[in-house]
Design a protein around this ligand. Structure first.
Ligand code: ADP
Length: 282
């Protein structure tokens, strides 16, 4: 027992992976590609550039991420961390539809945008995964349409939950970094670096805005620096054209200045679900 085993129960042997097909995407932390795991299971492999990940912390604490299982979360199967000279690989469930942001843009440019019913249903699916994360006391920290993946035309899953915490501060979290997702970030996170499930709720409001603008940009036309000032001054995104008032009212609830005044995901979930049902049965 134990002979020849790696000390990490979720470690996968690099030799068990065979890359297939084209690159799935280029993330800010590295390349994402499709591979066979043990010649039978198709997975998405995310190669993390070494200079941006706190590798040791991730390997120590990241196992809690693997234990999180929910139909609305992208499954993390395992990691390849050896040899240390090579990039860290994350093996996750493969979602053929790519990112939600890309999906919304693609449908919109084809002239076939989703109905309000479908958009609200996707919002409800995200809220369902987030309610689970909230109950597990896990903060996403980077909830945005670019981090939601599409399984098929009507169903979505949350990716990269909890990963932001392992990104080196100087690479990603530094306030001046262009990659810092200012437009998705709550005022208390921007000003005091405070992250809670209620700051995820703020980002969820921005995600609803992205859905109901079919992939539009929040704070359109503002630079990150200008958006930071707007957020700190309490200026909110206006109601998108054609957005149902019930949905905009939920966005405004998510954007309350005081985090304790924002609804929790356990409250958001039934509300957005009934909004979604009302559109579908209309
Ligand atoms: P990063 O977070 O490093 O910016 P992402 O995880 O967003 O990188 O990945 C970049 C792109 O790769 C995504 O926009 C998506 O198109 C694709 N991608 C990522 N993960 C998967 C997956 N599990 N299945 C299918 N495509 C994926």
């Amino acid at each position: 027992e134990g002979v020849g085993r790696t000390e990490n129960p979720w470690e996968v042997d690099r030799g068990c992976l065979q890359e297939v097909g084209e690159t799935l995407g280029e993330g800010q932390f590295g390349r994402v590609y499709k591979a066979y795991w043990n010649t039978s299971i198709l997975v998405a492999v995310k190669a993390i550039k070494d200079d941006c990940m706190k590798r040791t912390e991730f390997l120590r604490e990241g196992e809690t991420m693997r234990r999180l299982r929910h139909p609305r979360l992208v499954k993390l199967y395992g990691v390849v961390s050896k040899p240390e000279s090579q990039p860290l690989l994350l093996l996750t469930e493969l979602l053929p539809g790519g990112s939600l942001l890309h999906h919304l843009h693609a449908l919109n440019s084809k002239g076939t945008p989703h109905s309000h019913g479908v958009l609200a249903k996707m919002g409800a699916q995200v809220a369902s995964g987030m309610a689970y994360l909230e109950s597990e006391k896990v903060i996403h920290r980077d909830l945005a349409a670019r981090n939601i993946l599409v399984a098929d035309n009507l169903s979505v899953k949350i990716a990269d939950f909890g990963l932001a915490r392992f990104i080196k501060d100087d690479f990603y979290l530094r306030r001046s970094n262009v990659k810092f997702p200012v437009k998705w970030t709550s005022p208390e996170s921007l000003v005091h670096n405070i992250y809670t499930s209620k700051s995820d709720v703020w980002s969820f409001g921005i995600l609803l805005y992205e859905l109901f603008t079919h992939g539009g940009s929040p704070y359109t036309g503002l630079s990150n620096k200008e958006a930071r000032h707007s957020i700190q001054d309490g200026e909110l995104n206006r109601c998108p054209p054609d957005c149902p008032p019930t949905v905009y009212s939920m966005m405004l609830d998510c954007w309350r200045a005081n985090p304790t005044d924002r609804p929790s995901f356990s409250i958001i979930l039934p509300t957005i679900t009934s909004i979604s049902d009302s559109f579908i049965t209309q």
